[in-house]
Ligand binder design. Sequence first.
Ligand code: NAD
Length: 360
Amino acid sequence: MDCRIVTIPGDGIGPEIVREACKVLDKTAQVYGHSFQYTEVLMGGCSIDAHGVPLTEEALETARQSDAVLLGAVGGNVGNSRWYDVAPGLRPEAGLLAIRKGLNLFANIRPAYLYQDLAEACPLKKEIIGDGFDMVIMRELTGGLYFGERHTEEVDGVLQATDTLTYNENEIRRIAVKAFDIARKRRKFVISVDKANVLDSSRLWRKVVEEVAKDYPDVRLEHMLVDNCAMQLVMNPGQFDVVLTENMFGDILSDEASMITGSIGMLSSASLNEGKFGMYEPSHGSAPDIAGRDIANPIATILSAAMMLRYSFDLDKEAEAIEKAVRKVLAEGWRTSDIMAEGCKKVGTAQMGDLIAAQI
Ligand code: NAD
């Protein structure tokens, strides 16, 4: 298969971790007989330095013409960087919002997977962890409360603020379809999370999700109220496969789900459009505090590349090969400093990439 991938290394540790992900992709291409062609574009602080804006129209257009985007991270040290003495729309992170909007990426997927070899980092008790957990949070990214009409006014001398939560059935249907499609590539179980006992938007959400479920008789569907879901994630995380939810609930639940894995350098993510196109990136930021020292953990970005193979290119076998390589390297005791534990062997960013590539 020939794939055109736009890479956006970005700032801080971004270039170091994207380099390692490409190393692993190249090895995968070589072993499985594919061709991955990369075009690098600037976004974030490096684009501000070069062009005065965090994302140029040309960079966006190049991304649009590609099959998928692999992103490192953008942003600098918020306290003392020249990139932040400007209007919010000109800061590095504005590039992220612009590219998500420009590429119509409305579905965000964040896996939360517990590696047995990193179980010590999980803050939950052993009896709760059981055999571990392996879920994805599918969050609607471009609607709901964060995009609704809002205002603050004074009513009879008292300040009053209003935010509105709106979803139409089309917005719900397209994210539900994504969730069911992804469940088919996993354990075929969707839990749709809402607050249907209170909110009209949640009642519509539930109705549309049930309609979509009829097209997927092989996928089991259950509904769960968001407050219960927040509890269940820390009481019985092993029960979840695909968690489908709206923007704000997903914002909160995906952070909760990430935290129970215990290691930020391991968490991948994807944002998808209506078709196969997606942008793949680690869940962490640009970590300016450790940039350029060959100590960043590249695994979140490498696993994001695996998600790209699975969701944008339907190369499931190849994605599984990368995930297996990561498990193998961890099982052999290799660790970057953020996940270092007693008795393990410490390696840098580039060596971790080499070790994983060698396992493909
Ligand atoms: P961060 O995720 O960059 O760092 C938080 C802590 O985790 C730091 O101590 C860092 O060293 C560590 N860390 C993060 N990734 C790591 C890795 N792969 N390996 C080892 N350690 C790692 O969050 P922050 O410090 O709040 O933000 C730094 C910059 O990143 C800011 O400018 C912020 O706006 C930006 N940011 C960008 C994105 C993105 O590009 N998607 C996301 C979040 C934050």
